[in-house]
Ligand binder design. Sequence first.
Ligand SMILES: Cc1ncc(COP(=O)(O)O)c(C=O)c1O
Length: 501
Amino acid sequence: MLYNNPNVAKRSISTTMPKKTAKKPAPPKRPKVTGPKTLEDRDKQYLWHPFTQMQEWQKEQPVVVEKGAGSWLVDSHGRKYLDGVSSLWVNVHGHRKKEIDQAISKQLGKIAHSTMLGLSNDPAIHLAEKLIQIAPKGLTRVFYSDNGSTAVEIALKIAFQYWQQKGHGYQNKTGFISLMEAYHGDTVGAVSVGGIDLFHRIYKPLLFRSYRIETPYCFRCRYNLSYPECQLTCLMHAERTIQKYASVTAALIIEPLVQGAAGMILQPPGYLKRIREMCAKNNILMIADEVATGFGRTGTMFACEQEKVVPDIMTVAKGITGGYLPLAATLTTEDIYSAFLGDEREQKTFFHGHSYTGNPLACAAASASIDLFRKEKTLLRLQPKIKLLAKELERFRKLEHVGQIRQKGFMVGIELVRNKVTRDAYPVEDRIGSRVTKECRKHGVIIRPLGNVIVLMPPLSISQQELKKLVDTVHDAVRSVTSARPQQPAPAPAGNGPDAR
Ligand SMILES: Cc1ncc(COP(=O)(O)O)c(C=O)c1O
């Protein structure tokens, strides 16, 4: 803005310019590109990858993806790989899906982007209607952003502001409750309600406080109990925390049914519903973070449906565009929306928005993706594949170092342990997950571990044959890596830090 103000520009010239121009320091030199370089070399020279120890990356031969089709990725050397984690949990109907390609091209012929601040656009309106139709009943307003973390950030800010504007008696409701191993994204608010020590520890001084309830991690139960005899003891403790902090809490945030980045930790049946009831009873908003679980990943459109839960706020991203373009949405009830209404003097506006909020290309892709769910009966056709996946995973139980297999729909975590009886975890320096990933890659399958947990999350459109290949390859890789004698800590395959997301 300053540049557009001629007075400011003039003033700065007349008062700050020295009479004689001193010799300017030389600008930093750009690294020279010498000789013909491969894409891999240029990647290493210029890029900084997310969740990646770049020192390790330099030693590796990265896969540079050039194209894809269906469940397959093709690298710059023409090698094919099965996309076993849906390109970081985003792809739904496969790559190069005709209908989504066409929807984007069609929208491109009209306009690529215009702002939602003070203007609206057709694809954003259309998509909002569609999202409301498929979302749990009661969620009636859509606020767009561009990724899961911002959708969460928005949810937290809305929850906070809601209570501030609700009237007297609620001003102290400023805190949040979250689960211990939660992951809600990488922005500072999302990290504040996160609980993955490795990722979040360093930022502690930057974060706001969040009260924690235990993760129902049955495989490593803190109370040494087993489900169902435990009668969900962890929930009793959760209830105590919720009651204790209710008067100072704006919202509880939870990944419904599956805590993805924590290692595909599954909540026991009834857990989510009870949490919902506790929130309602204690006057706390419930935020369901469906960023990972949404759009069919757990077998239903949204995970909340399986326990007939309607949250007050729901965040979605990842699969919303079928895995095509960055887009996210935060859905709320009419009650929450209404708390932000008032004339300008009241200053109840939600002062939040991004440059690309409601981007028409992304919204067009998302609409096409939702249409495909209906047209191709994606969820119906998914059910036999979920069963097949469960059946194929059975044989992992026989492997000596498989501690637990966790599956909810098409979200799978296979936890590897050093000792099956004691459930001793592999030490971080063994990089067991990374080694399995590397082995799979040699055999044309891309997966990405979460520490010692091997993750499978293929596109919903994967064929039964491809699904079998995925499980076969991962099975053989787990067997060969875990049965090998302990060796020197292996370098991670490119892109996998010790506990990489
Ligand atoms: C539950 C959950 N919430 C939020 C996020 C953050 O999403 P994004 O990576 O798009 O910022 C993730 C990402 O894995 C997630 O799993």
